[in-house]
Ligand binder design. Sequence first.
Ligand SMILES: Cc1ncc(COP(=O)(O)O)c(C=O)c1O
Length: 378
Amino acid sequence: MIYLDQSATSLHKPPEVVEAVRRGLSGEYGNPTRGAHTPALRALQEVALVRRAVSKYFDVSPLEVAFTFNATIALNMAIKGALTPQDRVLTTPYAHNSMLRPLYELQDMGMRLDIMPLDKHGCCPIELFVQYLHADTTAIALNPMSNVTGDIAPLDDIIRLCHQRDLLLILDLSQWAGTRAMPSVAQWPRTLIAFTGHKSLYGPQGTGGLINRGNVPLRPMISGGSGIHSFERQHPSTFPEVCEAGTVNLPGIMGLRAGMEWLMTTGQDKVQQHLSTLRERFISGMRTIPGVRLYGSQMADAGPVVSLNIGDLPAAVISDALNERYNIATRAGAHCAPLMHQALGTVEQGTVRFSFSFHNDDNEIDTAIEAIRTLSFQ
Ligand SMILES: Cc1ncc(COP(=O)(O)O)c(C=O)c1O
């Protein structure tokens, strides 16, 4: 199988990840925040090591890292925990439903939500952010890498803008993390960063987290056992406990640490270089096929994601043919990004999405190009 659906989840995990999960299940680890016996303390120590690995990768303090079971939960915790109906929030068509739907829930309670348009290249330049900010805007909620086209928002400029205007930044790094370096954190404003473990950080499903820069106050979204303040009626509002009700996924986050350490050892720049070579090769091949329509800016330095269609064929027909006839895995449809499809005019047709991992090579890209070429003639 040629797996070109990394944006959904990474299929091939480094062997170190599999070994770390196995170790987590090997009978050595107790519950990290329940008990003071040796297996429990060993587990607690392991959680601290994972927190440190995450903080090293994102260049933040371990005290700013909370574990969640995926990016969706982290985004819900950030949006529903930090915002109120009194806020005014700006977002872009890149937003995934994991960000949009919690925003809509707050909008239904009175919060104002502004959605800026894309420019004619399918991008969101900083000028548009400035144009669509209002005097009473309090936050920007941003997915800086479209999971449909791979196009990226100017994150450094947006960070600067939030800093200057004292805006809260809620970031969805589900697609960004692991595919390119983090922007320099020196100028970070108050920021809540959601990330997922199972995509390009090469960790297991059921892992992810929320990073809280600037000690943004959060209301708990889920309450329950925290291992501390057991006689209080309310869940602690201190971070990270406010996000970590119940037992963490210890074998999962041990695997996440192994994935992130593999990434840091391999080198984030090397990974990014490989991904952009694959993307360029794929786009160049697609440009030689009549009838193929590519979406987005097609810029070389975008993320490792490409969306296309062949003529008026429904995207699902192409994706199914790739799977059944060529053993190539892609994803068809809306990719949980409805505003992007409204902007691209693909609400009915959807798009066929190809997304690349460090484990793909030139031969696989060439095979996919020839498969699309053959399908385009049928
Ligand atoms: C941009 C974006 N945000 C959020 C998510 C949701 O991630 P998770 O599966 O970790 O909840 C995804 C993945 O599907 C995504 O692509």
